[in-house]
Design a protein around this ligand. Structure first.
Ligand SMILES: [Zn+2]
Length: 545
């Protein structure tokens, strides 16, 4: 006995049979997609009309996100744009630093314990004339409790004086590129890059190990996935300590857990040999709904935080170049060892100089250690140019671009960080496809909200928040965008044999839509209403999640 679902339309993303009226599901897999008569030949079945008026497409695959999108909703949202939480409630954006301070003060007043940490997230001073937010501002909220506000980029943490004290950082004589000092010789309270952020984060609600083991956050993240039509989501930079892995295996293994999570071990606190060894051990613990064994490396920071590494001529305003997060020697060593062990590596590069570094290091590593079908992927690669895409193709690299930047920071890149010409070539989807580089696209949630159809809208329209079209020549068509958020992302995770299409033998993972994304104008792609998902053959309506 199996189930046949009729639907208003089924977009299979299978080029051999792009459309169907019915899909048959058995044991969590697709038995076939076609007409009722074609599917009935498989034998006794029942008809389920739940989706009869809805549109099915392959479950969306978010190739670069973080479970912390679910974790952060337990702290104070400080973002500039309105944003939906896992319950479906929309939080209004904050248009000034004073509004941020006021929301934090309200949260401070609601906390009984004066020493309890107060955490906020998604702050972005670039919308406030790039006025810096440090301890002077945050001390206005409280001088007794530690406060930490994660910036939207995830690459800067603003803290108050109490946090600096607890972290042992409130002293003169510090000399670290990630710890800017004020006129008094003491840290301003802005901490840049993991080396500076992690020791302080521990005291103000951003303990990475604790976040990794945050069970409620994982559940909240999965609820957001259902609301966005996502059936497989990456958790791309987790420390994955053993107790967190135990929790994640238990929770994702529950019969009602609605998403497949692909969690990569981030490079932090281990030597390169130990990192690759750890990835190998994690890979052996993978389950169907928790895939482990990938490694995430970071080459630089973020463009809007001025911590990405840019080639000549650097930042538009003459700001100092960004931060290196890894040395060339370590990067090459990590690649070489991962190639030898068959470990999948995704590398964060934002600036074009960081992309050059990753290309040089991989080329050197591949000379010594060839790796067939390695599918190493550059994450963000926002300033990738055609010459870099050609090198990526030659080296067997994939790319996962970040079109959400056009909307959220496009105006800032045009005016403030990069200037018009380079802003227009950011996230050059058309160039990447023309060069034949396997391509995905992403939200980097919690950096921007999870939502692959919104990401697809960004790639198709390239509109900034003010409405400017940024780099019209790099726009791509709806079909290419839908492919990137399904099969494209699956390919970068080596999961394209299992997911990304509705076809015989694939997982029964569907995004269930109320509107047909191929039948509306491309400007409306972000407005497609989402009913929910089917994951491994189990329906999850968003209204009941
Ligand atoms: Zn990320």
């Amino acid at each position: 006995m199996f189930t046949i679902y009729p639907a208003r339309r089924i977009l299979t993303m299978n080029p051999a049979r792009p459309e169907a009226t019915h899909v048959a599901v058995r044991d969590g897999h697709v038995l076939g997609a076609g007409t009722l008569d074609e599917l009935a030949v498989w034998g006794p079945h029942r008809i389920d009309r739940t989706f009869a008026d809805l549109v099915l497409m392959p479950g969306l695959v978010e190739g670069h996100s973080h479970i912390s999108e679910g974790v952060f909703w337990q702290s104070v949202y400080c973002g500039f744009f309105d944003r939906m939480d896992p319950d479906g409630k929309v939080w209004p954006g904050l248009a000034s630093i004073d509004a941020v301070i006021a929301r934090l003060a309200a949260a401070d007043a609601a906390l009984a314990d004066p020493a309890a940490p107060l955490a906020g997230w998604s702050l972005d001073p670039i919308y406030f004339g790039d006025r810096r937010v440090g301890r002077a501002e945050l001390d206005r909220v409280s001088a007794t409790r530690p406060i930490g506000i994660m910036h939207a980029s995830g690459h800067i943490l603003s803290v108050n004086t109490r946090t600096l004290e607890l972290a042992g950082l409130l002293r003169p004589g510090l000399n670290h590129p990630g710890v800017p000092l004020g006129a008094d010789g003491l840290p301003t309270g802005e901490l840049k890059g993991p080396e500076a952020m992690m020791p302080a984060g521990r005291h103000c609600g951003f303990d990475r190990e604790k976040q990794a083991g945050d069970e409620r956050g994982l559940r909240q993240f999965a609820r957001l996935c259902v609301r966005r039509g996502v059936t497989t989501a990456t958790d791309l930079a987790n420390l994955l300590p053993d107790d967190a892995v135990d929790m994640m295996l238990r929770v994702t293994g529950e019969p009602g857990f609605p998403a497949r999570i692909v969690s990569f071990r981030r490079n932090y606190g281990l030597s390169m040999p130990d990192l690759i060894e750890r990835a190998r051990a994690l890979r052996d613990r993978s389950s169907d709904r928790l895939r482990l064994g990938g490694v995430k490396l970071f080459a630089d920071g973020s463009i809007q935080g001025f911590s990405a590494r840019l080639r000549w001529p650097g930042y538009l305003g003459g700001q100092p170049n960004g931060l290196w997060y890894i040395t060339p020697e370590h990067l090459t060593e990590a690649y070489e060892r991962a190639l030898a062990a068959g470990i999948l590596v995704h590398t964060h590069t934002n600036g074009d100089e960081a992309t050059d570094l990753a290309l040089d290091c991989l080329e050197a590593a591949l000379r010594r250690q060839p790796g067939p079908d390695h599918r190493f992927t550059l994450q963000h690669c926002q300033l990738g140019d055609p010459a870099q895409f050609r090198r990526m193709k030659a080296l067997g690299l994939c790319v996962n671009l970040f079109p959400n930047h056009h909307f959220y920071w496009g105006d800032q890149h045009y005016r403030t960080t990069l200037g018009p010409e380079r802003a227009e070539r950011m996230n050059a989807c058309a160039s990447a496809l023309a060069a034949g580089v396997p391509m995905a696209m992403h939200s980097d949630a919690p950096v921007t909200p999870l939502g692959p159809l919104f990401t697809a809208w960004c790639a198709v329209n390239r509109r900034t928040a003010s409405g400017r079209v940024l780099g019209a020549a790099e726009r791509i068509g709806v079909a290419d965008a839908l492919r990137a958020i399904t099969l494209g992302a699956a390919y970068t995770l080596k999961l394209d044999g299992e997911i990304g299409q509705i076809a015989c033998g694939k997982r029964a993972d569907f995004a269930v839509l109320e509107d047909d994304p191929t039948a509306i104008t491309p400007e409306r792609l972000k407005d497609v209403r989402i009913w929910g998902t089917v994951q491994d053959g189990r329906p999850f309506p968003a209204a009941a999640i």
